[in-house]
Design a protein around this ligand. Structure first.
Ligand code: MG
Length: 158
């Protein structure tokens, strides 16, 4: 088995959709980014790539490349899943934590798990998503940004 970890943070701004784990969450602000700003998907991508030592999201999908502008980050996640499968890697499980002061993400977590599991070709019990606040502390707690942490466990190619 191999383990990888991922982290991402995006600034919350007015005039953007809030997309986390491929799910659009109703809120007055969204995450700024070259893509759709889906910090959860990006942390998961880095965890998956990290476990296979295949670099990170920036090396696979450079933000200077116009083809990735405003892209649905689950498209990138599916490409990573394909990349791993082509090399014989099998995803055992993924686990992620979103840090957001607002909005309350609890009601959306099960839909995020479903979307991510579908795009990773995994059963639901292999995909965990948790959401918590920062208790008012730091930039997350002040509502300036949303962050996500993820780990992925991969089975090595035969
Ligand atoms: Mg990102």
């Amino acid at each position: 088995m191999r383990v990888g970890n991922g982290f991402d943070v995006h600034r919350l701004v007015v005039g953007r959709r809030l997309v986390l784990g491929g799910v659009e969450v109703p809120f007055g602000k969204g995450l700024l980014g070259h893509s759709d700003g889906d910090a959860l998907a990006h942390a998961l991508i880095d965890a998956l790539l990290g476990a296979a030592a295949l670099g990170d999201i920036g090396t696979q999908f450079p933000s200077t490349d116009p083809q990735y502008k405003d892209i649905d980050s689950l498209v990138l996640l599916r490409r990573v899943a394909q990349l791993l499968a082509e090399r014989g890697w099998k995803v055992s499980n993924v686990d992620a934590t979103i840090l957001a002061e607002q909005p309350r993400l609890g009601p959306h977590v099960s839909q995020m798990r479903e979307r991510l599991a579908r795009d990773l070709g995994l059963t639901l019990e292999r995909v965990s998503v948790k959401a918590k606040t920062a208790d008012g502390l730091g930039p997350v707690g002040q509502g300036e940004c949303i962050a996500a942490y993820a780990v992925a466990c991969l089975e090595e190619p035969e």
